[in-house]
Ligand binder design. Sequence first.
Ligand SMILES: Cc1ncc(COP(=O)(O)O)c(C=O)c1O
Length: 336
Amino acid sequence: MIDLRSDTVTKPSKKMMQFMMEANVGDDVFQDDPTVNLFEQKTANMFGKEAGLFCPSGTMTNQIALMVYLKPGDEVICSSEAHIYNYEGGGIARNSGASVRLINRESGILYLNEIIDNINPDDIHYPKTKLVALENTVNRGGGICYPIEEIEKISNYCQSEKMPLHLDGARLFNALVKTEVSAYKMGSHFDSISLCFSKGLGTPVGSVLVGSKDFIHSARRVRKVLGGGMRQSGILAAAGIYALENNIQRLSTDHLHAKVLEESLAKCSWIEKVLKVETNIVVAYLKDEYLASEFIQKLSDCGVLAIPFGKGRIRMVTHLDISEKDVEKVVESLKF
Ligand SMILES: Cc1ncc(COP(=O)(O)O)c(C=O)c1O
């Protein structure tokens, strides 16, 4: 099967596994694991941050950040398409007891003027606006990248208002490769960033939350409460170090493959429109007469896996286990 359901389906390469097997380990709850410590510091340094925290998943790094910033009665501003709102099991309400102000936009990109319009006045009737959260790339927006100029404007405003700015950077490395913005520059605009390594970068497990020393100190407490403190996790952190050194620049290959799929889907008779592809995610809308489930089944019969992505929408994601040959096969399968 050619698996385009997500970039999370990749298997660690032999070289990555070799690197993992050779890792020096210790008990990370005591902060004794040298490989975890190195991985956290390397990731934090890359983004110009003081500290990092290795966690089992991107949901956990996002939720921990939200729990550090928010308490019941507070409000976070995010996009209606945001992963933190749509796909984290209602975690904002459940874990932080906070309210959410959604800004509706298909692309999932927020603009400064809309953010300003959605900040509540200091009035006892309203929740307190305490945080702005962006996502880059935007998963439900079809892997689209934030314009760095907009991030700069939002960041300057948030700093002037002393409002923290969090980034769900599950696929931030894809955005950095595509837009040629440095990790350091991107990092300078956010108070905290959640970075996933088990997506485009191809590790079996793990995300890192980066921020100031004080922020990560608080985050470490929350990770413990959630049961996310791991022991000899240097084996997993080693995969992350390997990925930082070997799997970032190659993301451009995934982006090229996704572009080819965009063109083929646009020609398929069942497809109404394809969202503009910028990175490794392809989202397409079906014509009214077709169901996403039928489309997925038709492709599956040809050996290609994709997923439904809301009503009448499907998603395909390219990754490091998809070769040029696989892409050619998918192109053939879409000729109907
Ligand atoms: C944008 C975004 N944020 C966060 C996550 C959560 O990552 P995890 O599956 O590791 O919890 C995902 C997962 O697909 C995602 O796409």
